[in-house]
Design a protein around this ligand. Structure first.
Ligand code: ZN
Length: 287
């Protein structure tokens, strides 16, 4: 008798664990949306301080006009800006909408991740409720998206992809490969990083040798290496093709707007590369 009761008890426990896990799975997509505005707020600081050569790790947030240090309730992303109608509470000067812009853009990152998962489930004929929303993978994709967002934004401002972001991104990609896919994935990601680096380093060297000036920056080389660390070797060619296509479209648009043709039109290649890596990764993890 006692044995049967035990097994009943055990079954009930298992059932409870299953329910709990199902509830966690259905909550998982909400998590990145909740943290996105806070991440966006930090990205805003990165994008503001890195091009100016300021440290982003130290120094508390303050009003850029009156230098008053912000209180916690004045630092709630999006909400504080809206409640204060975009003005500093102490001196009334206008808060740069840059912060609001990047906080809202950071929300687009989990939106893209979830949308791709749902679209893929729909295309493959699965019910949407069965789309794969494992939290570690969701967060990994969002982390990549947020880093690429900061890099693209900084490159647009100052034509630079700082090592302080590209190199940690590369290491994070390798680590993510190992954690989610074991040694086989780690090997594939390492090959992706090495080949990405070698390919762009060669192109940069060749261009400089032929044209006598640099066409591809060292930051672009490191960003493709970081991209390889997140998507692996097989997806690398599509990233290069996509990024080049984006680059050509932007160069043409820039030339048309300037209304004069030039072979030396300078465009930041980082945003093109970031968009291509992002698209490749989303398609890979949604499968
Ligand atoms: Zn102020």
């Amino acid at each position: 008798m006692a044995g049967r009761e035990d097994s009943h008890h055990r079954l009930a426990q298992l059932e409870a664990i299953r329910h709990c896990r199902a509830a966690m799975m259905s909550l998982a997509p909400v998590v990145p949306f909740v943290i996105a505005p806070f991440i966006g707020s930090f990205l805003g600081v990165l994008v503001r301080r890195i091009p100016r050569g300021e440290s982003f790790a130290i120094g508390r947030s303050h009003c850029e006009d009156c230098q008053t240090v912000l209180k916690p309730h004045e630092m709630i992303p999006v909400l504080s800006y809206l409640l204060q109608k975009g003005k500093c509470r102490t001196c009334g000067s206008r808060i740069d909408p840059h912060h609001l812009r990047i906080e809202l853009t950071a929300l687009a990152v989990p939106a893209c991740v979830i949308a791709t998962r749902l679209l893929t489930a729909h295309e493959q004929g699965f019910p949407l409720a069965e789309a794969d929303f494992s939290l570690p993978l969701l967060l990994a994709d969002c982390f990549l998206g947020w880093m690429l967002l900061a890099l693209a934004w900084i490159d647009r401002i100052c034509m630079r992809l700082p090592d302080v972001l590209t190199l940690p991104l590369l290491l994070a990609g390798l680590a993510e490969g190992f954690v989610n896919g074991g040694t086989e994935a780690l090997l594939d990601r390492t090959l992706g990083a090495v080949c990405g680096w070698a390919l762009f380093a060669l192109v940069a060297y060749g261009y400089r040798a032929l044209r006598g000036r640099s066409g591809l920056g060292g930051g672009d080389v490191k960003l493709l290496a970081a991209g390889g660390a997140w998507i692996g070797l097989a997806a690398l060619p599509i990233v290069v093709v996509l990024a080049s296509a984006f680059g050509i479209v932007i160069a043409l648009a820039t030339t048309l707007r300037a209304q004069r043709f030039s072979m030396t039109v300078m465009i930041p290649f980082g945003p093109c590369l970031a968009a291509a890596i992002w698209l490749a990764r989303l398609t890979l993890t949604a499968q």
